[in-house]
Write a protein that binds this ligand. Structure first.
Ligand code: AR6
Length: 181
């Protein structure tokens, strides 16, 4: 699903975050230590190679809601933006911390002149955030920021399964309807 809003393209697709060849910056669902892990972090660190963990070391630890940027190493992307999402039910307020991840990642993208950015569904794997709730926060936060973005032209959500993509599509439509009244 793809929509042009305030001149920017916002889309959601099924895919692997470590294989987004046409995107300048990919977002990592990081851990506080910015080390490799399961899910998204595992896929990105594997594809990037050991240089990514090395570059990450002096930037760690990060706090929930925070975002830091590194190079992409062997990934097809110039940059990786690492976000630490909240652990559901533990890091509070979860909604605000999750929204901060999306806001801080987009702020970094603007600072670095990044034209395209791809997000995974932060916090919805190992960190246990219910997908529907998390995706509502993601779309509301991103759509609210669109009018202020000068560098970013494309924002993509990459979902790992068809089921997750369907949830995202529905929430995306719903949030758009609410915003457009
Ligand atoms: N591409 C796109 N999405 C993916 C991929 C992939 N290759 N792999 C998993 N997903 P998670 P979190 C989906 O656990 O919840 C890590 O081990 C997955 O289905 O990667 O923020 C870190 O080290 C889920 O919907 O991130 C941290 O300790 C979503 O991406 C912790 O897990 C996020 O799942 C971070 O947990």
């Amino acid at each position: 699903m793809k929509e042009v809003i305030s001149g920017l393209t916002l889309e959601c697709i099924k895919g692997d975050i470590s294989a987004q060849h046409d995107i300048t910056a990919v977002v990592n669902a990081a851990n506080a230590q910015l080390r490799t892990g399961g899910g998204v972090a595992g896929a990105l660190h594997r594809a990037a190679g050991p240089g990514l963990e090395e570059e990450c070391r002096p930037l760690a630890p990060i706090k929930p809601g925070q975002a830091v940027i590194t190079g992409g190493h062997s990934l097809p992307n110039r940059y990786v933006i690492h976000c630490l999402g909240p652990v559901y039910g533990k890091d509070k307020p979860g909604e605000e911390l999750l929204a901060s991840c999306y806001r801080n990642a987009l702020k970094l993208a603007e600072e670095y002149g990044i034209d395209s950015i791809a997000f995974p569904s932060l916090s919805t794997g190992a960190f246990g955030y219910p997908l529907e709730e998390a995706s509502e926060i993601a779309y509301k936060t991103v759509i609210d920021m669109l009018p202020d973005l000068k560098q970013v032209e494309t924002i993509r959500f990459v979902l790992y399964s068809q089921k997750d993509l369907e949830v995202h599509k529905n929430v995306f439509k719903q949030v758009l309807e609410e915003k457009r009244g």
